[in-house]
Ligand binder design. Sequence first.
Ligand SMILES: [Zn+2]
Length: 96
Amino acid sequence: MKKDQRHKGATVRMCSACGLRAPKGEVGFLRIVASKDGTVTVDRDGTAQGRGAYVCKSPACVEKLARSRRLPRLLRASVPEPIYEELRREASSDGK
Ligand SMILES: [Zn+2]
């Protein structure tokens, strides 16, 4: 265990499904963002403004997130089904 995990400047992401924490860039996370007007999008560039949540770029985690219905609470917005479809596509888009 390292004591410098809270070091400023190291942006740590956490998967909303499995709770995995990893520094930005180390693991492929998908970012989901709810803008101020409540529009939810999958943020490919990581630049969208708003309340964001992360999930591992893994079909298993995307599925877990979809089933848990945790995402609407995290984002404080309703998450339409096509968002989950897009996440599923993104999660399985590379590697195989
Ligand atoms: Zn995960």
